[in-house]
Design a protein around this ligand. Structure first.
Ligand code: SF4
Length: 235
């Protein structure tokens, strides 16, 4: 097989996976509870090192008392810390949310900006948070959100060779069509939570198994481990 036909075959495999993900998760979307761009920005900051489920337990209480940047800066820091404590790293997160709200009031008339460049000037906002907000609140595909699920699945599906989020995003952006940048993250996150989990991927029940180079590898590893354990016991 020539290098070019190998490349075409590989690209075909990847695009088949993209199609299957779109067909199986046509409505996958951001799981963070929010009613506007500001609330999504706050929820995304809170989601660092925390599950979306826990963030969704905390944010309704928070947005009931502080639904806007103005209300957020008026909320005493200790009160904010107490409300968001279950999400972890609450001292730092509270500080960032306060600063970010203040910056929105001072520089953006209380509105969340809709460009990557401007979002990155806000406290607590990195490229991942900015991409989440741009995609889910403004429908703008400026990047691909790479969280722990997207990172793991991109590697298992051999979409990328890199292991760090920044590089994985760049590699994905090189070949994934731009119109799929937003849905692909949501679809991979959904698949990672429900089928291809970190500890025990359910390859038998996975609609991608015919196209996934990592399919059934954990079963093989498990079998090999069991055989080794058995041998240990008989020797
Ligand atoms: S076949 Fe297995 S390893 Fe591959 S995506 Fe599906 S669950 Fe994950």
């Amino acid at each position: 097989m020539t290098a070019s036909s190998k490349y075409t075959k590989e690209l075909k495999r990847r695009h088949t996976i993209l199609r299957l993900l779109s067909e199986n998760y046509p409505t996958a979307q951001c799981a963070l509870y929010h009613q506007n761009a500001f609330q999504l920005l706050v929820a995304t900051i809170l989601s660092a090192q925390c599950t979306d489920g826990m963030v969704n337990k905390v944010t309704p209480k928070l947005f009931a008392v502080a639904p806007t940047p103005q209300a957020m800066v008026s909320l005493p820091l200790p009160t904010l810390q107490t409300i968001i404590k279950p999400t972890g790293f609450f001292v730092n997160k509270a500080k960032m949310i306060h600063q970010m709200s203040q910056q929105l009031l001072e520089r953006f008339d209380g509105q969340v900006p809709s460009s990557m460049e401007e979002l990155l000037t806000l406290s607590g906002v990195g490229r991942k948070t900015a991409s989440v907000v741009l995609g889910a609140a403004f429908g703008k595909a400026e990047g691909i959100v790479v969280d722990t699920h997207v990172s793991r699945l991109s590697q298992r599906l051999q979409f990328v060779a890199s292991k760090t989020a920044d590089r994985i995003e760049k590699e994905l952006m090189n070949w994934v069509p731009r119109e799929l940048w937003i849905p692909l993250s949501h679809q991979l996150i959904h698949h990672g939570r429900n089928v291809c989990t970190a500890r025990k991927p359910n390859c038998k029940g996975c609609f991608l198994s015919n196209y996934c180079p990592s399919a059934h590898q954990s079963d093989t590893n498990q079998t090999q481990r069991s055989k080794l354990n058995k041998n240990d016991r008989t020797h």
